[in-house]
Design a protein around this ligand. Structure first.
Ligand SMILES: [Zn+2]
Ligand SMILES: [Zn+2]
Length: 249
């Protein structure tokens, strides 16, 4: 079931849990500083939540990220498919047709695969907001073929910052991927994969192996924690994480 909604600057924010499962065996030593010494052992199992966020604003209904998708998703090699996003949306009375804007934080398979169903946009009335830099990078051949191509006519590319719906802003936050973006609603920052693990709250210099540019990711993470009040992350167990600004300076 969806989490209890919270309201930020007049926008209702509902965290939706698409899936919960361990970081796939195909991925080893994802946080080298935190889990040194070889492969990611069973007793160090890292269980990820896969969250998407529904924003109900006066100007429209927005979905941030689309989850891991169907059984045959590009994420199926490592993530616990299928995702249950559609059921989570239905539980709060939202049909795919109701979504006006989809914001894709980035093109990794656990965030963008649910954007397409059976070769067509999963949210047929939505425009899909993505950073131009991310589209240029494309997330690899599989994502280009399976996600970007079917979305082609519905894509709306932005450069650095934009406000797709009044009160809902996106901003480029690179490092995890070249065109990774965050979403800001009042005091809330929906941070995508700028942070992967809770340990990075106290120490944003902890690297994540699959950050595209680890140095830039550390800078982005540090800057974000220095100005954030509340975070909504993709993969933490808690839907909302309070942050005391300045702790990480
Ligand atoms: Zn990612
Ligand atoms: Zn992710």
């Amino acid at each position: 079931m969806p989490y209890q909604p919270r309201v930020f600057a007049g926008v209702e924010v509902v965290a939706l849990c698409d899936a919960v499962g361990p970081m796939g065996a195909a991925i080893s030593r994802p946080l080298p500083e935190l889990f040194p010494g070889g492969s990611f052992a069973a007793d160090e199992e890292w269980v990820l939540h896969f969250h998407c966020h529904l924003l109900r604003a006066p100007g429209g209904t927005v979905l941030v990220d689309t989850g891991i998708g169907a059984l045959d998703s590009p994420a199926s090699g490592w993530a616990p498919v299928p995702g249950r996003l559609e059921a989570e949306l239905a539980a709060v009375g939202v049909t795919p047709e109701d979504v006006d804007v989809v914001i894709l934080t980035h093109l990794h398979s656990d965030h963008a695969s649910g954007a397409v169903v059976n070769g067509a946009p999963a949210f047929p009335n939505a425009r899909y907001v993505i950073q131009q830099t991310e589209l240029d990078w494309s997330g690899g051949g599989l994502m280009r073929d399976r996600v970007i191509r079917p979305l082609k006519d519905a894509l709306e590319t932005v450069h650095r910052t934009a406000e797709p719906i009044p009160g809902i802003r996106v901003a480029l936050a690179p490092g995890h991927t070249p065109g990774h973006q965050i979403v800001e609603v009042g005091d809330l920052i929906i941070s995508g994969d700028a942070l992967l693990h809770e340990a990075q709250l106290a120490d944003p210099s902890i690297r994540y192996l699959y950050d595209d540019d680890q140095e830039t990711a550390v800078k982005t993470r540090t800057a974000l924690l220095n100005r954030a009040t509340v975070l909504a992350t993709s993969h933490f167990a808690d839907p909302f994480t309070p942050v005391r600004s300045g702790d990480t300076a």
